[in-house]
Each structure stands twice: as C-alpha cells, then as structure tokens.
Design a binder for this molecule. Structure first.
Ligand code: AVJ
Length: 323
C-alpha cells in the first residue's frame, strides 16, 4: 500500500516557500518581497539615484500627460482608471492631477494586494486631490479586475506602470497579458511600462547599489520567512548577487549561501540544507527591445496603439488595445 503525505498549507506563501526550498536549484518568487518591510524598502529603492526607472517614467508621464489624457478620455467619455499594483501613486498622481484639472469624468480604482498600501494611498489622495473619486480594491489583480468587470460596463483604462511586467519571463508575461486581454472590451486600453535594454552597467548598478538597499530588499524574503513562518535564517550568511545578460535582457537576483548551513522553518516542519555557495534565485527584472514588446503584444491578442518614451529611449510606456 502506498502512503502519500499530504501537507496542508494555510497560504500560497507557505506552499511556495516549501516547494521552492525543497527543489534544486532553489528559488522563491519576488512576489513575496512585499510585506510591510518590503514595501518600505521598495520605496527606498525608488528614491535611490541608481534606480533610474522611476525618474524615467515620471518624466515620460509629465511630458505627455496632455496626450495621455486625450487618449484616456476620448473626447469626453466617462471612464474607469484601474491601476494594478498602485503602490504610493507618485507617478500616477501626475496623471490624476491632470485629469482632474481637465474635469474629465472618471473614477480611480487602485488595486493592490497590500491593504496598508491602499490605505496610505487613499488618505494621501483625499488630502491632495479631494475632488477625486477613488474606489480602492484590495486583492490580487485578477480577483479585483473580475469584480470591477462584473460591476458595470464603463470603459476601462488599465495602468500597469514601473516595468512590473519585467518580473515575468516572456512565457508567463504572455499568459498574464492574455488574461488581462480577456477581461477587456474593444474600447478599453491597457497602459503598460517597459524598461528598455541600455548600457549594461546602468542596469547592473540599479539592482546592485553600494548602500545595500537592494540587498536588504532581496534578503527581506528570508526575514519574512523568519517572521511569518518561524524560520531561523541568518541573513548575514547570504550574499546578494545580481547578474545581467545583455543578450537576453534578463537581470537576475540571487541570494548565495556564504557557508554550508541548515535552516529550520518551524511552521512548515521543514529543515533545509544549503551547501556553501549554493544559490537561491529570487527575482528576474526583464529588459526589453521594441521587437520583443511587439511579439509579446501580438501573442497575447493586443495591438499597439502608440508609445511614449524619453529621448534616450531608456523606458517606454505602451498603449495596447484588444485586437
Ligand atoms: C517593482 C518589479 C519593477 O524589477 O525593477 C527593484 C523590483 N527589484 N529592485 C524591478 C525591484 C529590485 C522592480 N519592479
């Protein structure tokens, strides 16, 4: 008779930690960087001079807000502005202020997995833009989008800024885009940011700052396992390591064990052995060229309406619509 051991996981996080640490090579999903500590560290990253992405996109939105507003409102139609992974809204506020100033009729629906992030965003918007109609939706992108879709037929503009798409390797990105596409109608627009291939030194520095903020961000996934799952990782015993392949455009983050060690994670009843210099892969941040973006769009059932870029083409915001 065969015995199967069923492990009951309470959360997706537990399941992914278990699976990622009991396989070879070891890996964890960057999705789990973002607890309260991780959210703060990511704020710090966005303020570092090396992390050029935020500034580039901020400038693109500032320089093109009038054109973008026209695209969104199409004359003067009511619309919903839905943002996936809203964060602190620093970049979105440029658009929101402009749309309000133009008296366009719209509702802003930020979606975020973190209730804290949404609360802070909502409060700051009430204060800075009291006229704004805001309807925050807590949850995963797809849960929230489905709810919004069921609610009514107002035209949707979906924002996905910051090259968040870069956390997904192409096949998964196509899958993700395809699911978004299916939740859209012909009149809706998808506004999505892509970080472009550029001097490999610039890219590497953005993910490997000397102050160690990115290292702390990366290691927060271990600290989170300690906090939430009763783990005993010593984060000092891991090295933050970044590689960038200028051919594929893939930046990869690792945590490398500086010495052999055994970790116990009480809540999962799990012990994990690391050999000296064994790797734990935690994140990819994909960089793009135009051809790749065109292929991604085409394979997920989108066509490109237009794009907005800085002079050096370091970052691009694309507007997609359903074919
Ligand atoms: C939030 C996914 C866009 O990949 O550039 C920043 C996260 N990781 N520094 C990125 C991140 C390390 C960021 N995204």
């Amino acid at each position: 008779m065969q015995k199967t051991v069923e492990i009951a996981f309470e959360t997706k996080f537990e399941e992914e930690v278990y699976n990622g640490l009991t396989t070879f090579p070891k890996h964890l999903s960057s999705m789990y960087f973002y607890d309260e500590t991780g959210d703060k560290l990511f704020q710090d990253i966005m303020n570092m001079p090396e992390y050029y992405l935020t500034d580039y996109e901020f400038n693109i939105l500032t320089a093109n807000k009038a054109k973008i507003g026209h695209l969104f409102a199409r004359g003067d139609q009511r619309f919903k502005l839905i943002e996936l992974g809203a964060g602190d809204g620093k970049k979105t506020k440029i658009l929101l202020k402009h749309l309000i100033a133009k008296s366009y009729e719209f509702t802003y629906q930020p979606i975020d997995i973190s209730p804290t992030v949404l609360k802070v965003l909502e409060q700051s918007l009430h204060y800075e833009l009291p006229e704004l109609q805001i309807e925050p939706q807590q949850g995963t992108y797809f849960e929230a989008l489905k709810k919004i879709n069921a609610a009514n037929g107002t035209r949707k503009i979906i924002l996905f800024l910051g090259s968040n798409i870069g956390n997904l390797m192409h096949e998964k990105a196509i899958d993700f885009l395809g699911r978004i596409q299916q939740l859209m109608h012909t009149d809706d627009l998808f506004f999505v940011g892509f970080d472009m291939k550029k001097d490999p030194n610039t890219i590497l520095n953005a993910y490997n700052d000397e102050t160690g903020i990115t290292a702390a961000f990366n290691k927060n996934i271990l600290a989170r396992i300690n906090r939430e799952l009763d783990g005993n990782f010593d984060t000092e015993k891991f090295l933050h390591w970044e590689v960038y392949d200028p051919e594929s455009g893939t930046a990869k983050s690792y945590l490398v064990a500086k010495e052999a060690q055994t970790i116990s994670i009480e809540k999962l009843g799990l012990t994990v052995d690391f050999q000296a210099w064994e790797t734990l892969h935690t994140e990819i941040s994909q960089k793009y060229d135009e051809n790749t973006i065109e292929k991604l769009a085409q394979k997920s059932g989108f066509e490109i309406v237009c794009d907005f870029s800085d002079d050096a083409q370091g970052f691009k915001d694309y507007v997609f619509r359903k074919v």
